[in-house]
Structures are given as structure tokens and as C-alpha cells.
Design a protein around this ligand. Sequence first.
Ligand SMILES: [Ca+2]
Ligand SMILES: [Ca+2]
Length: 230
Amino acid sequence: MKILIISLTVITAAAFSNVLISDDFSDGNADGWLELSTGASYAVNAGRYCFSQTASDTAYALSMISDLPTSMSVSDYTCRANVIANEGSMIGIAGRFNLMPTHGYGIFIEISDTNSNLVLVRIDGLGQGTTLALTPCQFVYGQEYWLRLEMNGHLIGGKYWAGTSGDEPYGWTLTATDDAYQDPGIFALFGYDSGDTATMDISFDNIEITDEIILDLQSSSWAFLKALFM
Ligand SMILES: [Ca+2]
Ligand SMILES: [Ca+2]
């Protein structure tokens, strides 16, 4: 009887989940995306959404989308993207994002030659943020990774994995609680590089945003416990 009840709960949860945004760029365009004019070039190549720029000091790009004309329809949602960086020092995704004034939440890979990090961040301004959680992560240029960012009330969670979308781990890589930004905002893809010659060459694919929230206090605490003991 207990098993039956659990199965019914799962089915019920699945039936009420809605795909809010989905884009695999297989139609060869990025219609519906709003690209921030930074000097970077945005293009869909071979079914991927590519951002590239070479500049003397700073290269960055950001493209935004929402299911309603100016914002997401709900505040609690989960966003997944496939990411590849060929060059650059940062690649990530953001949710509950606003451009004016700039704020929201993001998860990104902070790329370094020696040790790369996965960072869950509260975005507090253009180029300004507060690290909510951070962990070293494996990163190789040119390799595909997946990022997930989920916002459920004041719970913020991030996942990172390699392989296919089906290889997504059940547990969260990083979780945090934060009360600063509760408005739905929009979803964004972004990348960054700096240096004497800043070179960014990154791409995104298989974007999916749904309202199927699985982040709760229990999984959040579990991730915290695992982080302590594993
Ligand atoms: Ca398209
Ligand atoms: Ca694609």
C-alpha cells in the first residue's frame, strides 16, 4: 500500500509540471532570445547557440529569454543547459535575472588552468556578486557539461555534471538559502573573459526550463550533510 501511494505521488507531480522554455537550436536560429549588445557576436552554428568575442581587456556576452514578454510566469523554476567553453574564464546560467537594475541568481564554472570551480552566486549588479556556495569541479575546454539552477522560494540549488542529460545526478552539487530576490525575473546565458587579450568562445544547447521543482529543505540538508562527510 505504501508503495502504491508513493507511485501515485510521483505521477501526480509529473502531471503538473510544465515546460516553460525549451530550445535545442535545431531550427538554426535564436529567435526569442534577447542578446545584450557587448561587442560579442551571437550565432547559431551546428545546432548550438555560440557567443564569441576577442577584446583588448574584457569580453562578455549575455542572452536572455522568458516565457512571458518581460518576465517568467512563475518565481519558482528550474533551468538546465548544456554548456561548452572553448575559450574564456566563465560560463554560466542565471535565473530570476533582471538587467535594470542587475540582480538575480546564477551558477557558473569559473575556469582556471590550475583549478576550476563551480560557483552558486547571488548577482547584485553588473559584474558584482556574492558567492553563496562554491566547490572545485573538473573542467576541460571543448568538453560538454550540464548546469542546472533551481529556485524554490528562498532555496537556491545548482547541479553540474558531464555526460548526457540522462546522467543528471539526483543530489544537488551546491545549495544555499537566500531571501534577496523573489521576483520571477528572466533566464540568461552568459560568459566572460578578461586579460591583455580577452577571448571568449562558448556555446549552449538543450535549454529547458520547467516548473518541476524538486529542491526542498530535505534534499538541501542532505547535500549539506554529504558535503560535510564525503
Ligand atoms: Ca530557434
Ligand atoms: Ca542543438
